[in-house]
Design a protein around this ligand. Structure first.
Ligand SMILES: [Zn+2]
Length: 282
């Protein structure tokens, strides 16, 4: 497996040969930044953790050079920051027993360039090599443009792959905007209650981000707890932590389904739900 950027790399925590390690993938996540996968795709990580047949493949598209830096990291150059974030992501992959980790090392502006087909082609190559059953990526109602840039490229890449080789499920997950607003019956509920110690460690290991003044460790666990607690349909004592996802699978079942139309239809139904609930009381 040869990656496009000379600085890109593939890390295999158990040191299996790269092609073999990628081929065993069952669950895959493609995220924009170092730590996005641990925040949004913990469901996939625990489905593979300590499992004899399931293997998780994490793909990080950007180099993380634009990240905020404070405290110990305040004086770090972009280049030093890239190195720190790579090491942190590898620590997470090791802790989470990933089957493989690919650090593609693109600049954020390349991801946000709608005409960039290099990234799309590389994602296609990785998807074809891994052939995951389940794929996690950013949700298309996220408010971070780099996240949206990743997901549109992922969908376009998937649409170039033969239908029989596509994942069975594609989930758009929560990072920079949660999905609590979706109609309950349309939410994909991912029970991420397992191994709470691992869940916390996988976020805490990104010290450069947390030391930068953002308590992603507390916020991520807090959102999962809130999702479980404020959910109507399941007993909280069975699901202590929940992440929500938007099912993006219809976008790869029908290649002509417009991404904007698909996502805004969820917003339309949310709009209708709010109006109906108020209307009944007037
Ligand atoms: Zn991100």
């Amino acid at each position: 497996m040869k990656l496009y950027n000379s600085t890109a790399e593939i890390y295999i925590p158990d040191q299996k040969p790269v092609d073999e390690a990628i081929k065993r993938t069952t669950h895959m996540a493609i995220g924009a930044h170092q730590d996005d996968i641990e925040i949004m795709a913990y469901d996939g990580i625990i489905k593979c953790f300590n499992h004899p047949e399931n293997f998780f493949f994490g793909v990080v598209v950007t180099n993380g050079s634009g990240s905020a830096r404070e405290g110990d990291y305040a004086t770090y150059t972009d280049e030093e920051m890239i190195q720190v974030r790579k090491v942190e992501q590898k620590k997470a992959a090791f802790l989470g027993e990933f089957g493989a980790l690919a650090l593609l090392d693109y600049a954020s502006k390349e991801v946000k360039d709608s005409k960039n087909t290099i990234i799309e082609n590389e994602i296609k190559k990785l998807l074809e090599a891994a052939r995951p059953e389940v794929l996690y990526t950013h949700n298309l109602a996220d408010k971070h443009d780099t996240h949206i840039g990743v997901t549109t490229k992922v969908i376009r890449a998937l649409r170039q792959i033969k239908k029989e080789n596509r994942p069975k499920k594609v989930y758009g997950c929560e990072v920079w905007r949660d999905l609590d607003w979706m109609i309950d019956s349309e939410k994909v509920r991912l029970n991420v209650s397992g191994h709470p110690n691992l869940a916390a460690s996988l976020i805490e290991v990104f010290d450069s981000q947390i030391a930068g003044g953002k308590r992603y460790d507390l916020a991520t666990m807090g959102r999962r707890l809130a999702n479980a607690t404020y959910s109507e349909s399941h007993a909280v004592d069975q699901e202590n932590y929940v992440t929500f996802a938007m099912d993006l699978t219809p976008l790869i079942e029908d290649d002509n389904l417009d991404m904007i139309t698909y996502v805004t239809s969820y917003i339309d139904r949310f709009n209708r739900d709010v109006k109906e609930r108020i209307g009944k009381m007037l």
